[in-house]
Design a protein around this ligand. Structure first.
Ligand code: GLY
Length: 329
């Protein structure tokens, strides 16, 4: 937290940091002089999109007891996946326009190993299926019925994920069938979680039921390595939330990590990626995209197009939730 606040002061003092000049600004002599004063954060650290406080608590428990970042992020995101009240992830998630709950998830570790599932139905914990794809197959991504069959073969249980509440809402929606995601409500709950463990290893996980009332077969950014999530153990990790189509178009999480590779702090790396989305999306005033990043020093931060995006943090001095900086004032 301390280093993040200090960074924001530095960047405000530094003036414009957008576009191609951003790398030069961030690496300027004065900025370098200030950032070298900052000590790396104490490890471990876990961050996640939105107010996923309980998910962070579970992940922190793994990290604090010396567990791996990979185990931490899987355990953490399973919390909203199983939470019936979380309407955009896993069980209780809003269905597509035909009433099917279809889930997307991916996981990636420090060594660039990754696994992903998309358009997966009837399995409560897609993140664990994604990890199985990573660890037990020669592939990165399984989708649809193939992912479902793989899950069953690996002991996952077939479950009905459409709750009465989601069914009722969907039936009401059918009366108009108007596809119009609402900023920070229907697009707000994708959980992306990033962690660095006591050994300094990074991992990330991302899971969602996707956009409410989407077309059948629609897949968003969340299971796409490089879009919804990207980890480079030498640099840092990033994840995305919001309108997946806009994130995919700029390979958003990969872009954030590449910006950190250029020397940007996580907040500025996320800001640069948001600026890219804004430049590419004529309709950006009507959509939300938010990024979250964690670098290999344990520094973190987020940035979004619109007000209203927040992220949860758990570090040595305790848990907190931070409101993200945003572009459209
Ligand atoms: N960001 C989640 C989705 O668009 O599906």
């Amino acid at each position: 937290m301390k280093s993040r606040r200090k960074f924001i002061r530095n960047s405000l003092a530094g003036g414009a940091l957008l576009g191609t000049a951003i790398h030069l600004e961030a690496c300027s002599t004065s900025d370098q002089a200030e950032t070298t004063e900052e000590k790396p954060s104490e490890l471990p650290v876990v961050v996640s999109t939105w107010n996923n406080v309980k998910a962070n608590e579970v992940a922190w428990g793994v990290l604090d007891s010396g567990g791996s970042a990979l185990d931490a992020v899987e355990a953490g995101v399973k919390v909203p996946e199983a939470d019936v009240n979380d309407r955009s992830v896993g069980y209780g998630g809003r269905p597509d326009r035909d009433g099917n709950v279809t889930l997307d998830a991916c996981i990636m570790d420090h060594g660039s190993n990754c696994g992903s599932v998309a358009f997966l139905q009837h399995i409560k914990h897609p993140i664990s299926v994604a990890r199985k794809v990573m660890e037990d197959t020669p592939h990165v991504m399984l989708v649809g019925n193939g992912a479902f069959q793989f899950a069953l073969e690996n002991g996952f249980e077939k479950e009905d994920l459409l709750t009465d509440k989601s069914r009722e809402e969907w039936e009401k929606w059918l009366q108009t069938s108007e596809y119009k995601p609402v900023i920070n409500i229907e697009m707000h709950d994708t959980i992306g979680m990033l962690a660095i463990d006591q050994a300094g290893k990074l991992s990330g996980a991302c899971t969602t039921s996707g956009a409410a009332y989407k077309m059948q077969g629609r897949v968003g950014d969340s299971p796409i390595i490089g879009a919804g999530l990207f980890v480079d153990g030498d640099i840092g990790a990033a994840t995305a939330t919001g309108l997946g189509e806009a994130v995919i178009k700029v390979a958003g999480s990969h872009l954030v990590v590449e910006m950190m590779r250029q020397g940007l702090h996580p907040v500025e790396a996320c800001k640069a990626a948001v600026e890219r989305v804004i430049n590419k999306e004529p309709d950006h005033k009507n959509l939300q995209v938010g990024f979250l990043a964690l670098n290999k020093h344990g520094e973190y931060g987020g940035y979004a197009i619109q007000k209203g995006y927040s992220y949860a943090v758990y570090e040595r001095n305790g848990p907190h939730t931070d409101d993200s900086e945003f572009a459209l004032k």
